[in-house]
Design a protein around this ligand. Structure first.
Ligand code: SF4
Length: 397
């Protein structure tokens, strides 16, 4: 379902959303009938976690807005959240560090993303599984037999393709990651790549990539929903599950498979340091007086202008903070090949690379652009302040 399917054109809002709500109801009813029953009631889960229903409803309105739906969908999102944990999930781990599992499934405070992820019907997850060896493989086979075409396959980690995939063999039968991924994804209702390793290969695929590691889409030539990030944000994973539960379809994706509702805007567009960027106020070296003032980290290598993700809006650890807020620039971890193109550079990217990434001009050009726009728009006094900021930046470089 595309964004155009979900969001109406001008003049058709009410009738359109009424029809869409009915569609949601039908899908939710169908899911409630088809999915295996939950082990405990949602109200009991909340009580056991010590959280109030009123807070749950507040979280639902935040998720509704995050999914770019109007507030009339709050109730539908609440209903979807109550049954989403009944979807069977098979979680595969390939070439990775398990940081995505840690980031998404672990938390010190029981927020609602965490509760949903903790109660999700994980039919198979190597890291969390008590069984091992042949027993673990039986668990996987059982899950595939029990829920053919009905489960969500979540993949964490890249797939090494060199030496016929033998850089990664798993389990007592010694199957390669490629063989396991091919078999399991062919029986899944939807494949979600959690993290940048399974999405695009990430550090395993960084130059010179001796194991010929690849993301799942490239390795298997299948469609995937890519929840990119190193690690990704649990909110983006839960939102994608809720979308699937509401509409029975994957959300609209960008050209590299990321949900548009979460990855449609740049980090830079909602960064709290953005006013300093626009004013030409930059940190010049780690720990300087400008760092203490919270100025922009662009000159220290922040890749926020080229990176599409919602980190600056939803943040991490229950919205407490995110890397730029903590004082380090964005490394571009939601973008393909960021280890080769962005992360190691603690300085702005050179012009040529920058334009190929679709970002803005270099900082000097940003200054010139700002000056021209300001001259045209808001008059001489304001121009003076912008020129002072840019001029200082030029003197110092
Ligand atoms: S360059 Fe980085 S620190 Fe500066 S405004 Fe953009 S995202 Fe924020």
């Amino acid at each position: 379902m595309s964004l155009e399917d979900i969001h109406p054109k001008k003049g058709q809002t009410k009738a359109y959303y009424d029809a869409l709500m009915k569609k949601c109801d039908l899908h939710l009813e169908q899911m409630e009938k088809e999915l295996p029953p939950s082990l405990e009631k949602w109200e009991d889960t909340l009580r056991w976690k010590g959280v109030k229903r009123r807070d749950f409803l507040k979280w639902c309105s935040v998720m509704t807005a995050a999914l770019m739906l109007p507030p009339i969908f709050n109730g539908k999102v609440a209903r979807a959240a109550e049954i989403v944990s009944r979807i069977p999930v098979v979680w595969l781990n390939f070439a990775e560090c398990t940081g995505c599992t840690e980031s998404v499934l672990r938390s010190s405070y029981p927020d609602f993303d965490t509760i949903i992820l903790e109660t999700i019907s994980l039919e198979y997850h190597e890291t969390l599984l008590a069984a091992s060896g042949y027993q673990a493989e039986e668990c996987l086979e059982e899950a595939l037999e029990k829920f053919p075409g009905k489960f969500i396959c979540v993949i964490e980690g890249a797939i090494p393709m060199g030496m016929d995939g033998k850089y990664l063999t798993i389990g007592a039968k010694g199957k390669t990651g490629y063989e396991i991924a091919k078999e399991v994804t062919s029986k899944a209702a939807m494949v979600i790549c959690i993290g940048s390793c399974s999405s695009y290969g990430n550090v395993q695929a960084a130059s010179p990539n001796p194991t010929e590691a690849r993301g799942v889409k490239d390795a298997l030539n299948i469609s995937t929903v890519n929840i990119a990030g190193c690690p990704p944000n649990g909110v983006n994973f839960v939102g994608t599950l809720l979308h699937y539960m509401l509409f029975g379809a994957i959300p609209a994706l960008d050209h590299i498979g990321r949900p548009l509702w979460a990855y449609g805007k740049r980090i830079h567009d909602f960064c709290e340091r953005r006013p300093h960027y626009d004013a030409g106020e930059f940190v010049e070296e780690w720990g300087d007086e400008y760092a203490k003032k919270g100025w922009c980290l662009y000159k220290m290598g922040c890749k926020g202008p080229y990176t599409y993700a919602n980190c600056s809006r939803v943040r991490f650890n229950q919205g407490v903070s995110w890397p730029v807020m903590a004082g380090h620039g964005c490394m571009g971890c939601t973008e393909p090949k960021f280890w080769d193109k962005m992360a190691p550079l603690e300085k702005p990217i050179a012009d040529q690379a920058l334009f190929s990434l679709g970002g803005e001009a270099t900082i000097d050009k940003v200054g010139v652009g700002l000056t021209a726009a300001t001259v045209a728009g808001i008059g001489v006094h304001a121009v003076g302040s912008v020129i002072r900021g840019v001029g200082k930046e030029k003197e110092d470089t």
